[in-house]
Design a protein around this ligand. Structure first.
Ligand SMILES: NC(=O)c1ccc[n+]([C@@H]2O[C@H](COP(=O)([O-])OP(=O)(O)OC[C@H]3O[C@@H](n4cnc5c(N)ncnc54)[C@H](OP(=O)(O)O)[C@@H]3O)[C@@H](O)[C@H]2O)c1
Length: 343
């Protein structure tokens, strides 16, 4: 694994695209060779096109790179990360796969397709086998792998170690950061000093995606998990970090201590992927944790924090939505693909 892989970022200037740039700067395997965005940005230097809003500086190695349009002919890459709006992703990602690229997508366009893996490496690494089915079905040399919606990722990571107790039903109420809506997503006038109790399409994704993620791959398809999930999603005036309240029903009715121990013992058994956090789940025992401002950067933004584990079972989960919930999740997927020989 000494040669680096030519890597493009589609939607490189947006909220998630900027997190991709951060995650890929100095990456040991993936080398950024193309930054692509809309016609508004194409032709500009990245430093002029990207409305950089992160705590960190634009990495020097990309600052003067010229942004190109999201066309196959303009993007010199074997691996592309997509942070495009879903409607556009549907067409553009297909163009790249057909041209032989591996596409790791954040967008919702292909998550539901039966031969497209929806992945959280710590939860369902074996689902990568679906790539062989996808290539057989569609005659592609390239392939597409997706990561779930940002809200789904946080709590599904915590459901995985609870499967041993006979998971039956999950109720979830989310408090979602404004960066989840993208840079132009929600005006300050609408969210400051306010809570918006509606995020279009979100509850449907949160209720359906975990069933695929926690489902069983039988060698040709995913058999969805038999769990009832009910969600209510809300936008709150927090910059980064989705906080979620969970009520989880399990056949074995474990005590809070057993649940806490299951979180502590959770070892996904991945083998040293560069973006993998040391602890995917961190247990916070202080009574008022986790909190977005205090806990979102744990594990370089790749760990989720749980707390307030109570009888019921009830608990809170929190994670960084544009890192663990988006760019970092996609990069971790691509790292697993590389390790398993799909790249
Ligand atoms: N934000 C999150 O927490 C999050 C989490 C998980 C998944 N996602 C998904 O990730 C994707 C990106 O979200 P985001 O929050 O980063 O959005 P965003 O901040 O609005 O960024 C959108 C990106 O797409 C580009 N773009 C927009 N219209 C385009 C066009 N017609 N042609 C080419 N490029 C175009 C933009 O380029 P310009 O700058 O040139 O306009 C920008 O780079 C979405 O599918 C979203 O659902 C987001």
């Amino acid at each position: 694994m000494t040669e680096t892989i030519k890597t493009g970022v589609l939607g490189a200037t947006g909220a998630v695209g900027q997190r991709f740039i951060e995650a890929l700067a100095n990456h040991p395997w993936f080398e950024i060779t193309a930054l692509a965005a809309s016609e508004r940005s194409a032709g500009k230097k990245y430093r002029d096109a990207a409305n950089w809003r992160l705590e960190s500086q634009i990495p020097e190695e990309v600052a003067d790179v010229e942004v190109v349009p999201v066309d196959v002919g303009a993007v010199d890459a074997d691996l592309v990360f997509s942070a495009l709006p879903a409607d556009l992703a549907k067409k553009v990602e297909l163009d790249f796969v057909k041209a032989g690229c591996v596409v790791a997508s954040n967008a919702g366009a292909f998550r539901k397709e039966v031969d497209v893996p929806l992945m959280i490496p710590e939860v369902n690494p074996e689902h990568l086998g679906l790539i062989d089915v996808q290539r057989d079905n569609r005659g592609w040399d390239g392939c597409i792998v997706t990561n779930p919606n940002c809200t789904t990722i946080m709590f599904t990571l915590t459901l995985k170690p609870l499967m041993q107790f006979g998971l039956e039903n999950v109720n979830i109420a989310s408090m979602q950061a404004i960066s989840g809506a993208g840079f132009d997503g929600i005006p300050g006038m609408a969210i400051l000093e306010n809570v918006v109790p509606y995020i279009g399409g979100e509850e449907e994704k949160v209720e359906s995606e975990p069933l695929k993620l926690l489902g069983e791959f039988d060698g040709s398809q995913i058999i969805p998990a038999d769990i009832n999930i009910s969600a209510s999603c809300h936008r709150v005036p927090v910059m980064d970090g989705h906080l979620e309240a969970l009520w989880v029903g399990m056949a074995d009715d474990p005590t809070p201590d057993k649940v806490r121990q299951a979180f502590l013992d959770f070892d996904p058994g991945l083998s040293d992927l560069p973006t993998e956090p040391e602890h995917p789940i961190i247990v916070r025992d202080e009574p008022d944790r986790p909190q977005p401002r205090l806990d979102r950067n744990a594990g370089n933004g790749m760990s989720v924090s749980v707390g307030r584990i109570r009888e019921g079972i009830r608990y809170m989960v929190m994670g960084h939505n544009t890192i663990r919930g988006a760019a970092g999740a996609s990069v971790l997927n691509a790292e697993l693909m590389h390790k398993k020989g799909y790249l």
